[in-house]
Structure formats: C-alpha cells, structure tokens
Design a protein around this ligand. Sequence first.
Ligand SMILES: [Zn+2]
Length: 334
Amino acid sequence: MTDDFQIPGFVNAHSHAFQRALRGLVEGRDFWAWREAMLELAAGVRTDYRAVFAEMRAAGYTAVGEFHYLGLDEARAAAEAAAAIGIELVVLYVAYARGGIERFRQESVADYVRDLERLRADGARVGVAPHSVRACPREWLVELGRYATAEGLPLHVHADEQPREIEECLAEHGVRPIELLADCGCLGPRTTVVHATHANDHELDLIADAGARVCLCLTTEANLGDGFAPVEQLCERGIGICIGSDSNARIDPLEELRELEGIARRRTGRRNVVSPDSLLCFGADEGAASLGVESWSEITIDLDHPSLRGVEEQDIFAALVSGCSAAVLAPVAA
Ligand SMILES: [Zn+2]
C-alpha cells in the first residue's frame, strides 16, 4: 500500500547552478584554489540548467534562488530551463564591480539595473544581489540598496564566509562586512545575508535589528572548509534562517537541515536545539519569504521507502530530518 504524504516543497534560497560541474573536482585543495577552478569554469561555461534544476526538483526543492553572475543570456537560459522543469525560479542577478573575471562585471550600477530590468520585462522574477563587499565598492552598495528598497525587491549578498574577506573589508573600510552593508542601506527586512559564518555578535545584532535573514549553505560550507554556521546565535536572536545548496556539491535539503542541527548539537552539547518543525520551516517557508515567493509546489513523502520502515506517523518529520535522504521525497505529479 502506498500512502503518500504531501508537504510544501523545499526552497533552495542560494544556488550557483554552474558550479554543479565542479562536483568531485578540486577536492583536497583550499577555498582559494577551489575559487580559481570555479573562475576558470565560469569563463567558458554554458550551463545545462535543465539537468541541474531537474536534480533539484527530484531532491524535493520546488523553488530556487539562482545567485547568477554569468550575464544576461545565461540568466535567460536559466529562466527557460526552470519553466521547462517546473521549478519556481528567482534570478538573484548579481552586481559585480571589481575582481573575478570580465564576464561577471558591469561597468556601472546603471548598466547593471538595465540588464535586471530586461529580465523583469521578460517576466522573470528577480532579486538584487551585490555579490559581496569584495566585489562591490561602497558607492555601488549604496545605490543597489536604494534601488532594491524603492522597487520592493529581495536583496541577497554573500558576507563573512571566509576570515580573509573580513580582514580585507576592515583594511579598506575600517568596519566588518555586515557593518558596511548596514551603513550602505543594504540591510533590511527583504535582505538575506548568505553564510554569515564568521559574523561577530555586533554583526548578528545588526541583522536581527534589521529583520533580515541568513541563508546557511551547510554542505557547501563544510565542503569548502568555511567554518561552523552560528546556528544558536542566530536562533537566540530570532533571526530567520533559510537554506541553500550553493555550490551544488550536494543537492539534498534534508542533509542541509541535518547538518544545521548537527552543528548546533555539537556546539551546545545537547539534543533538539532546533525542533524538526522549525527545521522544516527553515527549509521551506523561510526560503520562500527570503525570495519573495508566495506559492510553490508541494512534494510527497514516500512512506513506503525503506528509510521510513517502522516509523510511526507522528514521528515522520523527525525521521526525515534525522535519518532520511532526499530519496524519500518526490515531486507531486502534475
Ligand atoms: Zn554563493
């Protein structure tokens, strides 16, 4: 007997689809070596978005925020692929002023906004995404913050992933990355800070005061050796948390959530720091709110899957986040 159980689909609030091609490569080398390989890949890539989005859909994600820095044509290809696969897409179109490679960069904020407006005119759902305080100088951050606020768009930005980024920001601006974002008007209720791995107490207070969210990309942060997400510090402050598959080294929302709770348990020395219901909310509703998405498809739980053998109905959610992979999740047939 198959007795399927429907739940909201998971929401992948932070993805770089093209990095899926790096899976299994450059293991055993540091973050900055990985970044070099990623830049090399990005210079020539035409991503097979359909295959990557299909992998996400099969893993239970039914909405994705694609943090996109490969230019307008590739953004359009991503939008077409998402429509074909049936995954709700928000193109978090990236503003990139300096560093990286030429393909990532725009000449000015006006050029950036022109491309973003083209995507909106095509009917794509978009968000504003200053890549990081490394890639965007203060004047860009001020203009982008103002534009996102005026347009009511989500604003996503990488911050505090690696200690070196914080040192460079302190050297250039005399403040830490999230302090700079707050100074520049980039921290508000529609903001999602991606990573915040090395954020200090003051930076986390700023996020809480602004009503902003944090997107944790646990499997990528583990793969890249970024550090431990500050899970308890975020929860203590009531900061909304969402999840992202980021580099797509793994695509499995249940693994992201288990890693999140695993970090919290190891650090506090106790169990059940975040309840299964809250974890599922991080995996779905918080991600949707982060992306400004109001409706996205449901998924089903395969109750006949061997991973759920012997689990009572009231324990299914706990079993999902403690003991199952995405293999128990499936899209609802249209
Ligand atoms: Zn990222």
